[in-house]
Design a protein around this ligand. Sequence first.
Ligand SMILES: [Zn+2]
Length: 423
Amino acid sequence: MLDRNSAGNNEHLPDYIAKCLNADELLKLTRDVLSIESHRDAPGHETPVATYIRDVLRAEGIEADLKEVSDGRCNIIAVLPGTSGGGSLMFNGHTDTVPPGEMQHPFDPRVVGGKLFARGACDMKAGVAAQFYALIALKRAGVRLAGDLIFAGVVGEEDGTSIGSLDVIANGPAADMVVVAEPSDLEVIVAHKGFDYYRIEVEGIPTHSSCPSRGVSAVYKAAKIITAIEEKLVPLTDMRPHPLLGSASLNVSAVIGYARNEATTALRRAPGDKPPGAVVPDTCAIYLDRRRIPGETSEGIMADFEGLLDELRAADPKLDAKVYFTPGSVDLPSHPPLDTDPTHALVQECLRLAAREAGIMPEPKGVPFWSDAALFNAMAGKPAIVFGPGHIGVAHSNNEFVPVHELIKAARVNTALALSLLG
Ligand SMILES: [Zn+2]
């Protein structure tokens, strides 16, 4: 049973709305959503859980429809239409999870010590339930909001494509403000880093390894480049730290060098196996992961890499290297940062209500992880925040859970936020 003390009380919301927020019912809905597998190996991927949510909302008389995004994978879009075309608010949450891994009872949600354990508990089906339950509470209370309140349960966040949110941005429904339910410990997140991938391809001249001076080793040239990256580009990432996020970062994530005419034999072997053939390597790729803070652009970062290579080439005419932007996925080549104005009413109201309902310090926060909120902010130009129950540190783990009291508090804040911004 639910601990009603830790679930807070209803004194802050108007009574006629508060009585429509039933903690036991929300917990049951959340367990139902968690019981439906929606990871990449599950039949139908996200569509069965989207269908369940649609049916729950329709039973309440709420407009709710599936929207196919790709190959049978569907977003669930629901709307409480506003009466006067005022500003609109979207609750957005991804309905996919990572696969169960080694988790025990991943789809048989259990409450132990006030924590609800299941795959997707904090990332982010509790957040999703706390969002769509706000629509249910407002509908049951007969509240007529001025602006539209939208719920978008989207596909494809965990696979890195974000195709669900990209479809919403491209095809609607549009909203003036967006709340994404990634686990934030009920803190209000206004900023996170973006990230991009690059690779530098280095060319050498192959020759017999008994007389390497006749050729050019792409691996030695790559080593020079890597040293220069560490000495000249990495310090640049510390130049202008963001107040909420600290410094940008640059990581050499892999280096792969070999002789092309040995590739078929040498690269198939595991390290420690037989040595590759007697050839000076003529190709080497350096893979780079660049986390960027608000204000930095992919183009500016590319220019830094090109400037460094120009400098190295001027000092070493035998250095032959080119840098390439390397898309993260076809659908989402670049992952922008989130940078919402902390003074915006969306932020200020969510802070005020989260402080009131959940006792957080009313300070906007930055987080290290990425979310779809950045897409609504950077691509659609809308203020977007991350606000949800649970802690990111247990997401994707075999110990994934969400504190039940945070689930309830999230639903209360979401309901109060919609009422405040759209009422
Ligand atoms: Zn997530």
